[in-house]
Ligand binder design. Sequence first.
Ligand code: EPU
Length: 418
Amino acid sequence: MEKIIVEGGKRLEGEIAVSGAKNAVLPLMAACILAHGECTLNNVPDLADVRTMAKLLQIMGAKIEFENGRMSIDSSSMNSWEAPYDLVKTMRASVLVLGPLTARFGKARVSLPGGCAIGERPIDQHLKGLAILGASIEIEEGYVEAVAPVLKGGIIPFDISTVTGTENLILSAALAEGETILLNAACEPEVSDLANALNQMGADIKGIGTDIITISGVKELSPLRDYDVMPDRIEAGTYMIAAAITRGDLLVRNCKFENMGALIGKLIEIGVRVTRESDGIRISSDGQIKSIDITTLPYPGFPTDMQAQMMTLMSTADGLSVLTETIFPQRFLHAGELRRMGADIKLVGNSAVVRGVHALSGAPTMASDLRASASLVLAALAATGKTEISRVYHLDRGYDKLDRKLETLGASIWREKE
Ligand code: EPU
C-alpha cells in the first residue's frame, strides 16, 4: 500500500487538463454489453474503478484493450451474466451491469452491494424499475437474480433521484419492447453522456438532460465508435478548490463550464475569481475566502461529490459555514481527519458546522473514501508542515494521477510505501 506525503504552503500556478469522467465512463462501459462487435471509447481515465469494471466485463467473457486513454470493448464473446461478490464489493458501480445483462441474456446474477463508507446506499429503485419492465427479482445468497426472457416498456416513477438507477433503467429499456418513461429521472450530465452514446448506437432516447426520459426500445444496437467520454466535473472542481485554497492561479482545461454552475456560483460568492476562457476555466484567489452555507442536492444543485472538498475550503474561510448533506446524510468521515489538522468542525445531524481557522497544520491522516481523500490532499496543500495521507488507494479509484498533476502545478507532493 502507498501513502501520499505533502509539504504544504506552496502556491499552485499553471495549467491542468482534466481527465475523462469516472462516473460517465463506468456506465458507458456497461453499455458495451448491449452491442455485438467492437466498441471504442476515447478520453478514458486511468483509474482503479475503470480497471475493476474492465475486469468484471472480462471475467464475463468480453475482450478489452486499454492504452493511452483509448479503450476497446468487444462483448460478442460474453458468455456469463454473473457479477461476483469479490468485484462488486470493491466497486458499487458494478451494479450498472444488472440492466444490460438482463436485457441481453434475459437473466442476470449480480452480487448485492453491501454497506459503504458514505452511507447505506440501497438499490431498491433499480430493482423496482426492472420489475416494472417485467423482470422477476429474487435476492438469493447475497445476489440479485433477475429473470426476464422479454423486457417490456413501462412507466417507472423513481421515488428518489438516483444516478446509477436512472442509468441502469435506460440501459435496460434501450432494447425492451415498446416505450419506457422514466419519471423523476436523474439529470446529471453523466446520465446524458450515456443516453447520447446509446443514441449514437441506434437507441431512441428523448428528454435527455430532463427529469422525464422516454426510451423507445429498438431491436438491436450497433457498437459504439470513437465516443469521447465527457470531462470529469468533480476532478475539475477539486483543482478549482486547490487553486482557491493555495491562493493560486490555475487554468483548468478540458472541462465544461455549463456543467459546473453550482460550484462556480459558490466560488464566486466566497470571493474566488472565476473566468471562462476559450480553453478552460481560470481560477485565482488572494486567499480571502468568505464562509458560505451549502446544501448538496441532485444536479443542477451542489454535488455531494464536492462536499468534502468544500468542507476543507470552508475550514480556512473567514467565519462560520453550515454544509448540509441531503444525498448521503452520513458522508462526513473526512470531518474527523480534518479536525486532526486543526479544523473546527461540529457535526449536527446531516450538517457540518465549520468555523474557519487561521491555519491548518500538517498531520498523519487516513483516507476513508474517494472524495474524503481529495479533501485531505487539499487540506494538506494549504497546511503548514507535512501531512501524510494513508489508504491512498481510495484516491486512485477516481482521480487520474492527482498527485503528479498537482506536482506540475508547484505542489510538493510524493508517494511512499506504507
Ligand atoms: N437511493 C435509494 N435507492 C436506490 C438508489 C439510490 O434510496 O435504489 C438513494 C441513495 O442512498 C442516496 C440517493 O438515493 O441517498 C442518491 O443516490 P444515487 O443512486 O444517485 O447514487 P449512486 O448512483 O449510487 C452516483 C455516483 C456517486 C455520487 C452519487 C450522487 C456513480 C458511479 N456514482 O452514485 O459518486 O455521489 O451518484 O451524485 O455514478 C463518487 O464519485 O465519489 C461517488 C460516490
